[in-house]
Design a protein around this ligand. Structure first.
Ligand code: ATP
Ligand code: MG
Ligand code: MG
Ligand code: MG
Length: 576
């Protein structure tokens, strides 16, 4: 590729709405261009990296026996009604009507459509196992699209779906995907950790998230550095954070706004439907005696992934809270959230309230929602407001550091992570809802055992940058850099020698399969170097009249402090 024939558009300053470094750098380096909230143009430079990520994913999935297809972005509502998700799924599901007043959705995921394909096409156990995947546009009307492609509304996801005869075979499909994901993220050059994730309403223990380790991650991972234990903190049992508040209840009372609400009101107030809202639970209770004197105050925090039925949460999840962790103090809670938790007021019961609220790990303190047998209570509600994010990692580490790991192999530590992939055993949830069966060896119809497996293709770009950058710009892993090598001739438009050597080197590298770009724009060296450092090309070769007199070029790796002189003839060997 010659720069003059390509499209390069770099900015000195990042737009004001770019909060984190990957977003800023992707905008500045011309990888993406904003169209609207959570909507981005993938510009030519960015698309090259996306295509490389896709190629690695495709290669490993094909090797693992998955089969590629593509399902429509626009999907008829009927299928979503069959599983109940048309009504139950939150506002993340974009619904609309066509000219005939028929309901449709923009696919946020494709379990329904792929199960519909399977029930028509996979009739016999002889056709199993099958794993269908697509790399396709997804739309989720995220409540808070942010961080550029990291949490977009429209984004590219690889989603795969496995169909098996029985639980055992489904386990093998799951393991194969887990292994493929491990290879994919290794090849992408990312530092990652696979962590156990909450399985939500589906149950079972077969769900793992692949988390790229980065301080700006929206998730927190709890793990044992000397053992195997690793879990997403959203995992219900992973982080019960329980505070003994004692006298601080009074202070909290002052900041709280009294209110009372039903379950439906809660959902309406949150602007989200019930089944998808439950991400975390915050609970404050006082145990009082008959005179109304407070005997004991407790603030509970429980993080739960979405997909839970509220009743289920009320019934079971709260019970699971106390497992394995010590209580946090009021001071720790306040420090942890950077603000005081809301307060539900005295409750005449020793039983804890069952509490439901939608919060993410990062900013759950701005309201508290609670419920007991009488209904739901809300106090201290002030969302809409964007709170500064507390340093979750540091603060939670204070709380749990040194606590024993559930695997008994050491103590727990916490890191922040970015969820780039998710493997999930689904069982027969969708095949039963949609009556998707095959004829088993005994001639009887049986529901498919299913699994689903997602990778956030476009999110990977942000995650890779969060993991590696410097003051000059992006540092891409070689495997996904938009170009591997840039040739920067100084005086390309002036010196015949420089032009001749640059053109030849460009042709030679290209012939050897190196993904090379020749910067023939005739830019000043400073501006030219700054562009490529910002864009993050891993290898740079500078050619100038002076060096060429001795047959030398200057080579500099993106992370090298200085350039090294290399004979022009040896450049190929140097970068390969
Ligand atoms: P999150 O917890 O970040 O909202 P999720 O658990 O809802 O993600 P999944 O349903 O597991 O996401 O989808 C599979 C993958 O798609 C995720 O692991 C993530 O990498 C990616 N992904 C999900 N939502 C987005 C988004 N809004 N923008 C970009 N990528 C996303
Ligand atoms: Mg989500
Ligand atoms: Mg998630
Ligand atoms: Mg997920």
């Amino acid at each position: 590729m010659k720069a003059s024939q390509f499209f390069i558009s770099t900015l000195k300053e990042a737009p004001a709405d770019a909060e984190i470094v990957s977003h800023k750098l992707m905008m500045r380096a011309g990888f993406i261009k904003k169209l609207g909230a959570g909507l981005y143009n993938y510009m030519p430079m960015g698309l090259r990296t996306i295509r490389k990520v896709e190629a690695i994913i495709r290669d490993e999935l094909n090797k693992a026996g998955a089969i590629e297809l593509v399902m429509p972005v626009v999907q008829p509502a009927e299928l979503w009604q069959e599983t109940g998700r048309f009504d139950k799924m939150g506002e993340e599901l974009l619904r609309f009507k066509d000219r005939h007043e028929r309901d449709f959705v923009m696919q946020p995921t494709a379990e329904e459509v792929v199960t519909d394909i399977a029930r028509q096409e996979l009739r016999s156990y002889r056709q199993l196992p099958k794993n269908f995947y697509q790399i396709q546009t997804k739309f989720r009307d995220e409540r808070r699209p942010r961080f550029g492609v990291m949490r977009g509304r429209e984004f590219t996801m690889k989603d795969a779906y496995s169909f098996d005869r029985d639980v055992e075979a489904a386990g093998k499909s799951y393991d194969a995907m887990y292994a493929a994901y491990t290879r994919i993220f290794q090849r992408l050059g990312l530092q990652f950790r696979a962590v156990a994730a909450d399985t939500g309403a589906i149950g079972g223990d077969r769900s793992h998230e692949f988390q790229v380790i980065a301080d700006t991650g929206e998730d927190a991972i709890i793990y044992c550095p000397t053992g195997d234990y690793a879990a997403n903190i959203e995992l219900a049992e992973a982080l019960p954070l329980i505070a003994q508040r004692g006298a601080a209840a009074e202070a909290l009372e002052k900041v709280a706004t009294p209110g009372k609400s039903t379950c439906a009101d809660v959902a309406e107030l949150l602007g989200l439907p019930l089944d998808r809202t439950v991400k975390s639970l915050v609970l404050a209770t006082d145990e009082t005696n008959d005179k109304g004197e407070i005997l004991k105050s407790t603030v509970w925090l429980l993080l739960v992934r979405g997909d839970h039925d509220l009743n289920e949460v009320k019934a079971s999840k709260v019970e699971g809270l106390k497992v394995g962790f010590r209580f946090a103090t009021e001071k720790e809670i306040v420090e942890h959230f950077g603000t005081k938790p809301g307060y539900l007021g005295p409750v005449k019961t020793a039983k804890p309230l069952k509490v439901v609220a939608d919060r993410t790990v990062a900013n759950m303190a701005d309201f508290v929602v609670g419920a007991n047998e009488e209904g739901f209570h809300i106090r201290g509600v002030n969302w809409g407001r964007d709170l500064p994010e507390p340093d979750l990692v540091a603060d939670i580490r204070n709380v749990v550091e040194g606590d024993p790991s559930p695997d008994g192999k050491g103590v727990l530590a916490i890191q922040r992570g970015i969820e780039v992939g998710h493997v999930f055993y689904l069982g027969t949830k969708y095949s039963k809802a949609m009556n998707a069966t095959f004829l088993d060896v005994d001639g009887k119809p049986k529901h498919f055992e299913m699994g689903c497996y997602g990778i956030g293709v476009t999110r990977i770009l942000g995650a890779a940058i969060e993991q590696k950058y410097d003051e000059r710009g992006i540092i891409w892993p070689d495997a996904i850099a938009p170009f591997e090598v840039v040739i920067c001739p100084v005086g390309y438009d002036r010196s015949e020698d420089v032009k001749a050597v640059a053109d030849k080197l460009y042709a030679d590298l290209g012939a050897q399969g190196v993904d090379v770009i020749l910067d023939d724009r005739g830019e000043r060296p400073g501006a030219m170097f700054a562009d490529w450092e910002l864009i993050g090309v891993p290898h740079r070769v500078v050619l100038g009249d002076k060096g060429l007199k001795e047959g030398l070029a200057e080579y500099q790796g993106r992370q090298d402090k200085e350039a090294t002189k290399v004979a022009v003839g040896d450049i190929a060997a140097h970068v390969l």
